[in-house]
Design a protein around this ligand. Structure first.
Ligand SMILES: NC(=O)c1ccc[n+]([C@@H]2O[C@H](COP(=O)([O-])OP(=O)(O)OC[C@H]3O[C@@H](n4cnc5c(N)ncnc54)[C@H](OP(=O)(O)O)[C@@H]3O)[C@@H](O)[C@H]2O)c1
Length: 313
């Protein structure tokens, strides 16, 4: 019988803390950390069965951490949104780390709720219940009030009109990251080629003072944003992703929800979750519930589209 799975956490923020707590309540896991930046080696060089890297959103920022953990013989799960389908950002880095993971017999996975579930794994599951897919529309309205300040400012909350625009131009304001990655995961799962992905991001300004857990937004500052991504195939929209993130969505007449519509010539399928999935609880659960499927997976850099569902075991 194999002993407990040793899981090390790098990044001592919300996701790591919550996912570590989930695993600590279960038999069969030994949790190391979460470790902050000053204890990087303890997380990445522990030779744990799996290392969770929950630090930033960007492939370039986590690539060395992934390499370091893989070289120590660990499987890696990261919540970096760009890691959900790393070939969308930097195919050379993705291929290099994929080859390294194969050579060490370990697996790398980018996972979370979004990307990692709401716009990809769940969409693929829904596609399994229709005879043919013509197009899809996936929509989320998310209450951002529980997010930390660093993440909120980077995605576009707490800005003047000017700093929002400047941030969009210089890359410090990104909106929610991960839609192209989710679209590529779904396209790969369905064997579809996407020609291009169009994107729009627009601010939503607060009309009165609004408080999130980590920051307060004054009237006239951004309290949220709207995003639309459209994956184009054969000159038509094949996959449309609509996202509203807001620290008080009901103040703009929006209730948090998730909706998936799969359109096809032989009928449509509509799934809806109201209220929508909780970003903090769901992401941490998906990370915790991914440990075993990653440890058991074939070596290399994989995606949620290639693995069995995350389950709480
Ligand atoms: N795929 C998904 O669905 C999903 C879900 C949840 C989160 N995420 C992403 O995962 C990341 C972590 O989320 P979170 O909510 O846990 O964030 P968080 O609460 O802000 O925590 C992030 C932690 O990582 C540390 N950190 C930041 N940049 C780092 C770096 N370059 N190297 C080492 N440590 C670093 C921070 O330390 P300092 O305080 O010292 O900066 C902090 O301890 C975010 O980028 C978030 O967007 C993705």
């Amino acid at each position: 019988m194999r002993g407990p799975l040793r899981v090390a956490f790098y990044g001592a923020g919300q996701v790591s803390t919550n996912a570590a707590a989930i695993l600590q309540r279960r038999d069969g896991f030994e949790v190391l950390g979460p470790f902050g930046r000053d204890r990087r080696d303890e997380a990445l060089r522990a030779g744990a069965d799996a290392v969770v890297i929950a630090t930033t959103s960007f492939l370039a920022a986590i690539a060395d951490d992934v390499r370091y953990a893989v070289e120590a013989g660990s499987n890696v799960i990261t919540t970096a949104e760009e890691a959900a389908y790393p070939w969308a950002n930097d195919a050379a880095t993705a291929d290099r780390l994929d080859a390294l993971a194969r050579s060490r017999g370990v697996t790398i996975l980018g996972a979370g709720l979004n990307p990692g579930f709401a716009f990809d794994a769940l969409v693929l599951t829904a596609c399994g219940a229709v005879p043919e897919v013509e197009s899809m529309v996936v929509e989320r309205v998310v209450d951002l009030s529980g997010f930390g300040e660093t993440v909120l400012r980077r995605i576009g909350v707490g800005h003047s009109a000017q700093s929002f625009d400047e941030g969009c131009r210089n890359g410090t304001v990104t909106g929610h990251i991960g839609f192209p990655q989710s679209m590529r995961v779904v396209a790969a799962g369905l064997g579809v080629s996407i020609e291009r992905i169009d994107r729009e991001l627009e601010p939503i300004f607060a009309e009165s003072e609004l408080a999130a857990s980590s920051l307060t937004v004054k009237p006239g500052e951004t309290a949220g944003f709207r995003q639309r991504y459209a994956a184009i195939r054969q000159d038509a929209v094949w996959f449309e992703a609509l996202f509203i993130g807001h620290i008080a969505p009901t103040s703009i007449g929006q209730e948090p929800h998730d909706a998936i519509a799969v359109r096809g010539p032989y009928g449509d399928l509509d799934l809806a979750a109201t209220p929508g999935m909780n970003p903090q609880i769901s992401s941490s659960s998906i990370v915790a519930n991914s440990i075993r499927r990653v440890v058991d997976a074939s070596p290399g850099w994989t995606t949620v589209g290639e693995l069995p569902p995350a389950v709480p075991t």
